[in-house]
Design a protein around this ligand. Sequence first.
Ligand code: ADP
Ligand code: ZN
Ligand code: ZN
Length: 739
Amino acid sequence: MMYADIIVDISHEKLDRSFQYRVPQELESQIHIGMVVSIPFGNGNHERRGYVIGLSREPKLAPVKIKPFKEICSSEETTEEKLIALAAWMKERYGSTMAQALKTVLPVREKVKSKEKRYVLLNIDREEALALAQNLEKGRCKARARLLRALCEEPKLDYTRASKELGMTAAVIAPLVEQGLVHIQQDEIYRIPIEEGSIPREKLSSLTEAQQEVLCQIQEEWQKETPRPVLIHGVTGSGKTQVYMKLIEQVVAQGKQVIVLIPEISLTYQTVRRFYGWFGDKVSVLNSRLSMGERYDQFRRAKRGEIQIMVGPRSALFTPFSNLGLIIIDEEHEQTYKSENSPRYHAREVAVQRAAQEGAHVVLGSATPSLEAYSRAVSGEYLLTKLTARFEDRPLPEVSVVDLREELKAGNRSILSRKLKGSLEKRLRNNEQSILFLNRRGYAGFVSCRSCGEALKCPHCDVALTEHNNGKLVCHYCGYERPRVEQCPSCGSPYIGGFKAGTQQIEQVLHKTFPKARVLRMDYDTTRNKGSYEQILSSFAAHEADILVGTQMIVKGHDFPDVTLVGAVAADLSLNAADYRCAERTFQLLTQAVGRSGRGNKPGEAVIQTYHPEHYSIQTAATQDYEAFYREEMSYRLLMDYPPAAHMLSILAAGEDEELLSQGMDYLGRFVERIGEKYHLHVIGPAYASVGKINDVYHKVIYLKHQEERVLMDIKDKAEKYIEVNSGFRKLYIQFDYS
Ligand code: ADP
Ligand code: ZN
Ligand code: ZN
């Protein structure tokens, strides 16, 4: 006998409720996951339609109690069916529940609200509102004060956002409404995220010879019976985007649809504008700032065939297009393509899977491909194409590596090396722009003792606290705060202080060193408000400042033609992370950063400050030599059996009871060791995760390494069953993670 798990309703809340039905014998050979079948449902046995989300030979009730379903209704595969099949694949591949996978894949169908609530400020101006907020704070009406302050920043505040992010409730708001200070407005929402009519259409420019060559190679591949995914390895500014656009144009002309994934951070107004300029109302753009309703509307438009191109971050991958032709993943190496929630999927892998299921193509692009993608391209699993020169042969910037140890020896204790200072001076003299970046946020980074070396840590999270401008030490995981300390809590030494390398610190040094320079700072603190990110970028693009200081977010994907100097202030910050990918991350970050310089007509320069000038990731970033980096890094991965040289599966567990967690993970560790013995499985741990404790929840991890993915899949399945049947794991939250 065969049984089918069936969901009746694909609205979001109902996805974890499936019902088992018997598969009529004659249909056993035809049925597969995703199909629509008609079932007798409820007490009256009314006929309903349901989706098959799982098939098995094991009945969940006494077999006589399980009703058979009637028939298969699918005539041709609907979009939902394909997405449900994709979810089933993700469940298997990443070890999540089917409900989690379905929620990731199916467009959220919430009750469509044609009206959405918003606040508006009423009858008082900003100054008054702020004064009132101050009073309310004194009177301990903090929530009300918070709302007023938020409204000063954003006069139309979204109702759901306010209740989520500010913790507002109706009771908090009511008095303000009664006093006539705040008014809840019922707005008809016109849910198109950008008014595309206002953007003039542009023609695509014709391709250069090199770009044309890449286009031809791709088209040739697409003629084949089983086309492979394509990787475009193109240096920054070589025109990968131009190639994407031609491909999109062609696929759309064939009546098919295109999904373009772009890292969230690059989804700027500039990017969006370009897409609307080229494709007008054929295109829609998703980003995380859209409300659920807006997102759902865009998915609905896609399903109805009103748009042909969806641009967005990771989640746009699940756009319910009915005739998908192409998936493009720009900046394929970006970490944001990996989901941190179960199913912990990677967009690249899911894209390849979805494309295979639906007969679509995949094109990946990057100046610094991930080791995963590049090794597949080298082995021939992907087609490798290259753009080795910048558009119009603009030269790559001249790069200097500055050894900070030498600076110290020469008596220079400033954050700015002599080299970087000189280069900045030159830019200011010539009225050119510079970017200085730091892989860190906050004022002065962590605080440590110069006598014993201890860093001040959050008592709940086991991570270093960050010193902020107001003198407080803050935990960036849970928000814990404590006042500054005068003495080291461990040894009593008075020599305690910050690691002087925050973005605010750099800003201050710049003000002192170059009093006339106009400096803009962009980091987490200055971009918390909606729109401020865009404001800073456009102000810098309009040359309203000479120097832009920021965290790594400023070096990703922006095009500032007047920037001729990029400085990496402390390149080592990312090199010291406890992660086997830290050299790769450092190389990528530095290469992308260097690529920001000299994008216009004037040649560029880059300065990398570091304590490890001899490290290969710094050396190869300086020479922009990807292949050399790849060889070094791959030999390290081979030596250590790290991906992509081997496959790695992490078992992540979290629990409030440390004892219980440790016990459970010890058992699990021994279990996987035992069943993995015959495969010579490599088991590491259990150990505390790199952040061992977040918000009083403990985290432990076991890593499994093996040459064959199949072996890890098998172990994962067995471990899942083991966890399910042993009550010791009930209070633990366990996830699997492929890397
Ligand atoms: P990438 O995506 O590889 O970083 P872009 O596609 O953004 O590169 O191109 C870099 C710059 O060169 C852009 O300003 C772009 O307009 C210009 N460019 C590239 N190729 C062409 C072309 N064929 N015609 C006109 N401009 C081009
Ligand atoms: Zn100390
Ligand atoms: Zn904390």
